[in-house]
Write a protein that binds this ligand. Structure first.
Ligand SMILES: Nc1ncnc2c1ncn2[C@@H]1O[C@H](COP(=O)(O)OP(=O)(O)O)[C@@H](O)[C@H]1O
Ligand SMILES: [Mg+2]
Length: 633
């Protein structure tokens, strides 16, 4: 609850120096002729004090300074907001405080960095902006012929009271931004198509050159294969070398053995000589034996002549001696026999001795023979190796040429790569842009339903109509309450839609229907006075509508010149209603129980005739200097 205390006013509009208490006043009439300063005192003073605005001058603040004084304008407003003390001092052209706005909360300086910050703070403290404040506590002439206004204006007023007059603007903005988004999406899609076309074209080219590239590489591989087919393996000489090594080993082993052959030959030669010697001697002995045998045989046939002598010993042989001689020859023969026997033994012994030597010699000769074979085999192997080596050298040279050729083929440039690279380079920024556009498109596209929702939300069918529809029942309740309090002559119904008679279609309209139980069916059908009474009901209903939108209630209600043209009866009923509103519910008559409570109700009027209806009166006049003066009761 926001409660007002005693407001002090200096050099403000027509006021020189006046204070007026707003607390617990009940119903008060503020009386005075036009231009006396009623609105300045009750309406503009608090509007300016709280929000820096006036009904007369809006936010042209320098104009509020009293023209005759021309300086030191000051309004002091003490209020309590849910029990917290708040004091606001608004200065304009002040000799000491200049244009400052001071704010104290619980006695503590709480002003903002600038006046605007301070006013913003005040809006926060009151939880109410100037329009909300004005609509809910100041009932002025501007709203007093509501029911007679065209639908669109009625609707506009209700929208203003509901604080939703900004919605059409928001709707336009949302529509524009939604349209813009759609346009952007189309542009992106177009650009996307262009990029896609370009990219597709490049891709086709790349495919073409890639095929060419692949063909070239295929050719290259084929050529290399062909060249490599000419490469031959080198023949290995390892086996031969191994063989040679084996031959050499064998040969050197054999040679070592053959070296012993010299001594063997010497030994055999020696034995041969000995055997030969013995054989010669033996042959002589055998010849001797043959001679002896012949002699013996001859001796047996022949007589022995004189002077026969022994061939051997030269002795004269006699008959007697022949026998002896034969004997002698036989013994000689025996000797020879022994001798030859001994030779034979010796020869045999020597031969026996020589045989193993001969065998060995034969063996060695075989080895020698073998070695010759080995040497020849070895030489042959060496020849083969040298042939293979030569052949290998040739093969190696040929192979080297092949490798050189392969390297050359490998080095041959595939010029299609350049074309492909160039195309890819060309494509890169395009695909990048395309990717970027895809993301952008997705993001924006995702935003679209949101935008569409916002447009729908702000449209007449949207939030606003919901808001209006949601308050209609409450408005109709208030209309019933006030209508009843004002005599119950009218049924006043607010409706958000109006049925079009021609087509039977329902169009978005806002409308107040008035049914006069004793008269016309529509507002226009009523008399002037009746209409003003209806206006009064509507005025209260709209005031309640505005108050209910606020989070806080305000303790005061001001009616500024709304009684013009009302007949006495209606005036009296309204004054009764206001009086009931200004007393606690417990003290009211039965039919006024539902009316909301206001601590102080100020009725500003120039109608002297109403004076008698009020217990509390404030008389406003201008003194001879032009300053507004007040006289209470
Ligand atoms: N800056 C000002 N200095 C002095 N008088 C002013 C100034 N601005 C307006 N006025 C006068 O103040 C008078 C009071 O007006 P107002 O409070 O609206 O009278 P009413 O009693 O009819 O509501 C008017 O005559 C108006 O010309
Ligand atoms: Mg006035």
């Amino acid at each position: 609850m926001i409660r007002f205390g005693k407001v002090e006013i200096e050099n403000f509009l027509s006021i020189g120096n006046v204070s007026i208490d707003f607390s617990n006043r009940g119903l008060v009439a503020v009386l005075g002729p036009n231009g006396a300063g009623k609105s300045s005192l009750v309406v503009d003073s608090i509007l300016y004090g709280l929000y820096g605005l006036t009904e007369k001058y809006g936010n042209e603040r320098d104009k509020v300074i009293n023209r005759f004084v021309g300086k030191d304008c000051h309004i002091h407003i003490p209020i309590t907001v849910d029990g917290v003390n708040v004091e606001i001092d608004s200065y304009r052209g002040h000799h000491k405080f200049k244009d400052e706005v001071l704010l104290k909360i619980d006695g503590k300086d709480s002003r903002g960095r600038t006046n605007q910050y301070t006013w913003d703070k005040i809006v926060k403290i009151l939880d109410m902006d100037a329009i909300g404040f004005q609509n809910s506590i100041i009932f002025g002439q501007s709203m007093s012929q509501y029911a007679g206004l065209p639908d669109a204006q009625q609707k506009a007023i209700v929208e203003r009271l509901l604080g939703c007059s900004w919605i059409p603007k928001a709707y336009e903005l949302a529509k524009t931004s939604s349209f813009e988004l759609t346009k952007e999406l189309v542009l992106i899609a177009d650009r996307f198509d262009v990029l896609d076309g370009k990219i597709e074209k490049i891709k086709t080219d790349i495919d073409f050159y890639t095929a060419k590239y692949t063909d070239f590489e295929g050719e290259r591989a084929k050529k290399i294969k062909e060249v490599l087919a000419g490469i031959k393996e080198l023949k290995s000489t390892k086996v031969l070398e191994k063989e040679i090594k084996e031959y050499q080993d064998k040969i050197s082993t054999n040679e070592a053995l053959v070296d012993g052959q010299v001594q063997l030959s010497v030994d055999i030669r020696k034995l041969d000589l000995e055997i030969n010697g013995f054989e010669v001697k033996n042959t002589a002995v055998v010849a001797d034996m043959a001679k002896l045998n012949k002699k013996i045989a001859n001796l047996a046939e022949t007589k022995i002549a004189d002077d026969l002598r022994c061939d051997i010993c030269g002795q004269t042989i006699t008959n007697e001696s022949v026998e002896d001689f034969v004997k002698h020859l036989n013994s000689e023969l025996e000797l020879k026999k022994t001798e030859t026997y001994e030779y034979k033994i010796k020869i045999k012994a020597r031969k026996e001795e020589r045989q193993p030597l001969l065998d060995e010699q034969t063996n060695l000769q075989k080895l020698e023979q073998n070695n010759r074979l080995l040497v020849s085999a070895l030489n042959k192997a060496k020849t083969v190796i040298s042939i293979v080596d030569k052949e290998n050298a040739r093969v190696e040279e040929r192979n080297e040429n092949c490798h050189k050729r392969v390297n050359e083929i490998k080095k041959e440039t595939n010029t299609y790569q350049d074309s492909i690279d160039k195309l890819k380079k060309e494509m890169l920024p395009l695909s990048e842009e395309k990717d970027k556009l895809t993301v952008e498109y997705k993001t924006k596209k995702a935003d679209l339903p949101y935008h569409e929702f916002i447009v729908e939300f702000y449209s007449n069918r949207g939030f606003k109509s919901f808001l209006i529809e949601s308050v209609i029942p409450a408005m109709n309740d208030y209309a019933a309450t006030y209508s009843h309090a004002l005599g119950g002559k009218f049924d006043i119904t607010f409706s958000p839609q109006k049925q079009l008679k021609t087509k039977g279609e329902v169009r978005e309209k806002f409308n107040v229907e008035v049914f006069n139980r004793q008269g016309a069916e529509v507002y226009e059908g009523n008399s002037n006075g009746e209409r003003r009474a209806i206006d009064a009901v509507v005025l209260f209903v709209l005031g309640e509508l505005a108050s209910n939108r606020l989070n806080k209630r305000v303790s005061i209600l001001i009616l500024d010149d709304v009684f013009e043209k009302l007949d006495d009866e209606t005036c009296n009923s309204i004054i009764k209603v206001l009086k009931m509103m200004s007393v606690p519910k417990g003290m009211r008559e039965e039919e006024y129980q539902d009316l909301p409570e206001r601590e102080s109700v100020f009725v500003l009027t120039h109608l002297e005739s109403l004076k008698s209806q009020f217990d509390n009166k404030i008389q406003i006049r201008r003194d001879h200097n032009g300053f507004t003066t007040i006289e209470e009761n």
